[in-house]
Ligand binder design. Sequence first.
Ligand SMILES: [Zn+2]
Length: 322
Amino acid sequence: MPELPEIASRAREMDKELTGKTITKVEVLQPKCLNVSPKKFKSALEGAKLLGTTYHGKWIFTDTTKGYLLINMGMGGELLLVDSKSMPEKWRIAFHFKDRTTLAVNFWWFGYTHYAAASKLDKHTMSAKLGPNVIDVALAEFRELLSKRKGAVKSFLLNQERIAGIGNAYVHDILFLAGLHPLRTIDTFTDDEVEALWNGIQKGLKPSLRRRGAFYERDLYGKRGGFKMKDILVGYREGKPCPSCGEKVVKIKTGSTASFICPKCQPLKQKKGTGKKVVKKVVKKEGAKKPKKSAAKKKTPARKSETGKPVKRRAASKKKRG
Ligand SMILES: [Zn+2]
């Protein structure tokens, strides 16, 4: 599934290659990918000139003179820029340009190509609810986002309404880099652990972002991403040695998803002496009852706006130019 490194890379490539092109014809082979009728979709975008492409979470936004084209690759697929005469074997939606090139969109399973008028972009519910792009969140803002949360850290990272861009591929290495068990609950984190998680996100996503995403996805030119299987630290490496301590990586069940962890580097119980407070009771399940903590909360007050109200997360970083 494409996540932030892949989506940000595709947005960057589209911004570079497609800006300035004019759509002359739109072809739709799979109408259920659209949010409007094929007729409306075509009339909305045919004749539009592309102004730039950005991304937010797993959505790609292309601004045009006639409104926005929004693409979500779902479980994966290809966005290929080709000569209009040599279309790829598989495609579901095609945008033909005046210069005889085509953006061919294919979904392996299911994805979305939506249209939103510029004035109605905020009403596009699937993207309007997204939290800030995870890679753009500063440490102070990240502390604020976590300060109100209690659940398991993995669930938080995967919840696109909290922070957008992380999925099931990168989450394992992010938690490993942070030294955190996926079931650790956020309200047990020390300040140092919050910082470790923030660093883990940066270190877990940036190497792939620099290499145009993971090997299992293709770029706009059909070339595979440069982030290889060997670059993955613990994710999908069950039984292999931990790159840090040598202990065998294990696959564990965490709620409805599986997680890959090093049991030594990512203990469920907080290590003694590493933080300001020690978890008294090991919480084994998400949502299990745990003692309330109030004193620790006051150490990191939420950032307040000038009006005294907490700053809304959406105000932070909406869309980022790829
Ligand atoms: Zn280890």
